[in-house]
Design a protein around this ligand. Sequence first.
Ligand code: WQD
Length: 350
Amino acid sequence: MRVLLTGGAGYIGAHVAVALFEAGHEAVIVDNFSNAHPAVVRRIEAIVGRPVAVHRADLTDPAATAAVFQAEADRGGLDGVIHLAGLKAVGESVEKPLLYYRVNLIGTLHLLSVMQAAGVRTLVFSSSATVYGEASPPPFAETAPTAPTNPYGWTKRMIEQMLEDAAAVDPLLSFVALRYFNPVGAHESGLIGEDPRGVPNNLMPVVAQVAAGRREKLFIFGNDYPTPDGTGIRDYIHVMDLAEGHVRALEYAEAHRGYEVFNLGTGRGASVLEVVRAFEAASGRPVPYVFAPRRPGDVAVSLADPSKAERVLGWRARRDLAAMCRDAWRFQSRHPEGIAAASGEGAARS
Ligand code: WQD
């Protein structure tokens, strides 16, 4: 299949692009490069050993989005879309809700309109386990009630609803939503990985930067949760397992019609302290930390019930926490200051 990957130069997108090529598909990247470095495309090409088509465009610009589809129609057309582009920082979404609704919802609506005009009827959407909130006890199955606790999570849940409603009235449509748990790690080549701009929000990049000496210590947000060691438990999933799950979901979407939602998680939880110990073992470096107050909005435990993806997609996560830490460390240690600095292009992000 020839697949348009929106946000394809981002952390998840770059790994999905590699997994698509490795499975014999062709990924065409569209990205506005607001949170990704252009050098990532060349690194994807180095991994997959072939040129990768890329478009610089913003989905909130309908004309630019239509131009991408027209350009691809002239090259033989697209068989589907994997939609990863969007703003994804929970904390920022609380401060700037209307920005998140505009970018994530309107960008998706423009994409769906252009897909309809172009006759592209297969979409895989990047959703998030954040939609579950604390509505029910973990592990979360896809049938669990959803109750987002922040605007970012609400944009994901609203887009899921848009897709479900659209697919309900058009039998030719095939839409699959993937609820990510906590993606971490990097491709084994060490060429691509999580490369957040500025101060990272998520645990693994912070831990990696502490291990590399870029950051003095880790602040552990709360050690008084009702968990065995008092720190928060999450379902960390290797980004390449996540990427391979996208390939299975795309192939499923191509072969079926209608709307479906799947969790992409391992079903195995790890606490913050367990991640710290695993990272120290993988890197051979100390990760000093101090306990700090809980972070507002955090839940004690987030854990997937991954059985539906295993049953329906024939997919399950294979890589363990040690591999996640090993691969994250390889990328971090090769790019102490991130890809932009390593590319000698300064902060070339637009
Ligand atoms: C993990 C654990 C923190 C940083 C979020 C989004 C989710 C997805 C992944 C987009 C928690 C603790 C963290 C730190 C810490 N993003 N922590 N010190 O919050 O589970 O999920 O990112 O799709 O939608 O909600 O991930 O990595 O921020 O936190 O102690 O400096 O690490 O309290 O227990 P989270 P996280």
